[in-house]
Each structure stands twice: as structure tokens, then as C-alpha cells.
Design a protein. Structure first.
Length: 289
């Protein structure tokens, strides 16, 4: 009897301690390169569907007029359009990262103890990182390797802000065509959905998950048509924005969403005061507060 009472008290103390710990806001951004929103809606994507149907979403989000990966990803990760960040192609010739840095830079300035991770399938994405912005910045040659590493990090590491880049959908678009009726393109989106599911599952298995408030943002850099992108046309510049988690609003976002809103939404969730002097183009969107 005394043993049972002792065990009960231990369990009660553990639960009370767990409940007393402060909730930690954290951000996971997953970028699916070259994924048209209409194709995403045509594909069988149960993991992504669960996120947007239980969160906030826009399938008419706007990316940069220069719909190349370099320009668009930089807009997403800095919160400003190309006129400010100056990445006009995939070559990253003269990025203005001193004035408009990767949002990890602002996160580290806010609190240097916050842990930031960037894991990508396209290494040029790290060209806008400055020394110290990311605790870990890794690139791999396949989406599967990116996913495997992301799962390990989410399960075993202290993470506050993580950016994941998956590239297979873009490869499929360039090889077979960016179109919502292209079976090969849709199949790649469906495989990507499986990888997203693995990462979300790992996130929910974290030891401290009950004391973490994760904001999950899923988006893309650009769309495409035929086997290319880069034009200022709706097929190329219309993307999607999915935000999920306790701090996400529910339902379709009625106002215009832009790719530059993503970094700002992430920073807002992490507790940063978005300063006017930063001259950002984005805004927090799809959040309850």
C-alpha cells in the first residue's frame, strides 16, 4: 500500500512540475520548392491536408515577381522583397544581408540562447546566413536525407526555430512539367507529403512537447508552367501558405498573404518585437495574437 502511495506521489509531483514549466514558443518552417497550390490541392496529401484544415491557410499567396528560387526564398527568410534584399537570381551576386538579414539573425540578436537550424536540399539557401545565425546549417543531396536529419534533430535536439527545404517537387516540375494534371508531378508532391508527415510525427514525440507551442508553417517559393518558372505570371507567382498550431487562427485567411509575411510571422511567434526601423515588407498573418 505504501509503495502504491509513493508511486502516486512521484507521478503527481512530475505532472505538477511539467505543468509549472513555462510554455516555449517554437517555429518549424517547411518549404516545398516549386509546389503549385492547385497541384497540392489535386494531390493526395493527408498530412498537409490535416495541417491546413485545422489551421489557417491561403492558396492565393503571392511570391516575388522575380519567381526564381533565390529571390523568393530570400524574401521568405528575410521578410522583404527583392528591391531591398537584392537577390535577383539564383546566383546571389550581392545580397543585402547586412541591412536585411535572414530572420535567424534577428532571432539570435533577440536571444542568443535560442537554437536555430537550417536543413536544405539546395545549398545556395545558406548564402544569406551570416556567421552565428544558425547553430546548424546543413545541406543534403536528397529530400530523404533532409527528412531523416530533420527527424533526428527534432527528436533529440533543443530546437527553437528550424527551416527545412525540400526540392524534389521542383525537380519533378522541371523534368516533367509544373501542372496540376501531371501525374508525375502530383506523385512527387504525394511523396513529399509523406516526408512532411514524418517530421510532424517526430515533432510531436519530443520529450518536452507538452511544454512547447509549435507554430508550423508550410509554403513554397514559386509555382511554374510547362517545365520552367521565373516569369511574373499567376502560374509562377501564386503560392500557398499553411500555418498550424495552437497559435494559428482557424480557416481561410481573407486578406492578401505574401511570401515576405512568413519570416515576420515566425519572429512574432517567437516573441520578437517587430521594429519599424527594420523596414520589413511582411506582417504577421494567420495567427490568433
Amino acid at each position: 500500500m505504501q509503495t502504491k502511495i509513493y508511486r502516486y506521489l512521484i507521478v503527481t509531483i512530475i505532472l505538477l512540475y511539467s505543468c509549472a514549466k513555462p510554455i516555449q514558443n517554437k517555429v518549424l518552417i517547411i518549404g516545398i520548392d516549386g509546389c503549385r497550390p492547385d497541384a497540392l490541392l489535386s494531390a493526395s496529401t493527408p498530412n498537409l491536408d490535416k495541417l491546413w484544415k485545422n489551421g489557417a491557410y491561403s492558396f492565393k499567396t503571392k511570391t516575388d515577381d522575380i519567381s526564381y528560387s533565390g529571390s523568393c526564398w530570400t524574401g521568405m527568410l528575410t521578410g522583404v522583397w527583392h528591391a531591398k534584399h537584392n537577390v535577383l537570381s539564383n546566383k546571389y551576386l550581392d545580397p543585402n544581408i547586412e541591412e536585411f538579414p535572414h530572420f535567424f539573425n534577428r532571432v539570435k540578436t533577440f536571444n542568443s540562447n535560442l537554437k536555430t537550424y537550417s536543413i536544405t536540399h539546395w545549398s545556395p539557401l545558406h548564402k544569406i546566413l551570416q556567421n552565428g545565425d544558425a547553430d546548424i546549417a546543413l545541406d543534403f543531396d536528397s529530400d530523404q536525407k533532409v527528412t531523416n536529419k530533420a527527424v533526428k534533430v527534432l527528436l533529440h535536439n533543443d530546437v527553437d526555430a528550424m527551416f527545412i527545404h525540400l526540392d524534389d517537387v521542383d525537380h519533378s516540375g522541371h523534368s516533367s512539367g509544373f501542372h496540376p494534371e501531371n501525374k508525375e508531378y502530383l506523385s512527387t508532391i504525394e511523396n513529399t507529403d509523406i516526408n512532411v508527415g514524418k517530421m510532424i510525427s517526430a515533432l510531436k514525440k519530443r520529450d518536452n512537447y507538452l511544454n512547447e507551442n509549435w507554430l508550423i508553417i508550410i509554403s513554397t517559393d514559386h509555382g511554374g508552367s510547362e517545365k520552367t518558372h521565373g516569369k511574373n505570371t499567376p502560374e509562377h507567382t501564386t503560392i500557398f501558405y499553411i500555418v498550424s498550431g495552437k497559435s494559428a487562427a482557424k480557416g481561410k485567411i481573407q486578406t492578401q498573404v505574401n511570401v515576405v509575411d512568413i519570416a515576420v510571422s515566425a519572429m512574432h511567434h517567437l516573441g520578437l518585437d517587430i521594429k519599424d526601423e527594420w523596414n520589413l515588407d511582411g506582417k504577421p498573418i494567420g495567427l490568433v495574437n
